[in-house]
Design a protein around this ligand. Structure first.
Ligand SMILES: N/C(=N\S(N)(=O)=O)N1CCCC1
Ligand SMILES: [Zn+2]
Length: 263
């Protein structure tokens, strides 16, 4: 099976040229969270997010998603608690979404797909001094996943949506300041699932402690439509391609246990 081979060839993904061999390959992401198979762990603590809006630096289109990047040269925007033993620094957040509201998330809950998923990427600053180091280590990264549903307009998201037309093309970047990513978290961050997995885009390294929020956030149809107005392609390319369906196919659990912080 895909779990036993030393090198698993991840599915040929339309966004990346050709199959990608992944070292190990038995703790890949994303996965389907089977609620009835998740194990309640009373040792799991509440998350402690401490984000400083002043560390927000820029928003840019990297040709796969759009990223909001934070200054991670000091411990100003941090995550600790939850399943984590160390302190982690926020370096960026980004989203994955579909061409329609029927799909778009990377993780699923009992096979339920959401129209989009937010990822807040942090790296272990107690153990490493750079993201590039941490990304290679099995306790190097922590990513918070939040599901998006279509409903009422998200006021906090609108500032970000208004910046997107300026970064329509791949490699475009604009300055973006004073954005507090905590406004994108659901009201309840005590209830989450957690498991050990990987990055869902290259380098696909198996260095991520995933923390998936049970409670989703709501954004409006129009806000999501602006995500879909972004392009995978740079301004120079003659064929423009809409940035949609930028999610990875689900990966085998390979015997991993998904724990829950709630019963
Ligand atoms: N794939 C990633 N994050 S994700 N989708 O696994 O959260 N990243 C690639 C390099 C920096 C973050
Ligand atoms: Zn992601």
């Amino acid at each position: 099976t895909a779990c036993s081979s030393k090198y698993v060839l991840s599915q040929v993904h339309p966004m990346w040229q050709g199959p990608l061999a992944v070292p190990g390959g038995d703790r890949q992401s994303p996965v389907d969270i089977v609620v009835r198979a998740s194990v309640f762990d009373s040792e799991l603590k509440p998350l402690v997010n401490n984000y400083d809006p002043d560390t927000c630096q820029q928003i840019w289109n990297n040709g796969y998603s759009f990223l909001v990047e934070y200054d991670d040269t000091t411990d100003k925007s941090t995550l600790k608690g939850g399943p984590l033993q160390d302190k982690f620094r926020l370096c960026q957040f980004h989203f994955h979404w579909g061409e329609s509201n029927a799909w778009g998330s990377e993780h699923t809950v009992d096979r339920k797909l959401f129209p989009a998923e937010l990822h807040l990427v942090h790296w272990n600053s107690d153990k490493y001094s750079l993201f590039e180091e941490a990304v290679m280590e099995d306790n190097g990264l922590a990513v918070i996943g939040v599901f998006l549903k279509v409903g009422k307009r998200h006021e906090g998201l609108q500032k970000l949506v208004d910046a997107l037309p300026a970064i329509r093309h791949k490699d475009s970047v604009v300055e973006f300041n004073r954005f507090d990513p905590a406004c994108l978290l659901p009201s309840n961050t005590d209830d989450y699932w957690t498991y050990h997995g990987s990055l869902t885009t290259p380098p696909l390294t198996e260095s991520v402690t995933w923390i998936i929020m049970k409670q989703h956030i709501e954004v409006s149809h129009d806000q999501l439509a602006v995500f879909r107005s972004l392009l995978f392609t740079s301004a120079e390319e003659d064929v423009q391609k809409s940035m949609v369906n930028n999610f990875r196919v689900q990966q085998p659990l390979c015997g991993r246990t998904v724990r829950s912080s709630f019963s």
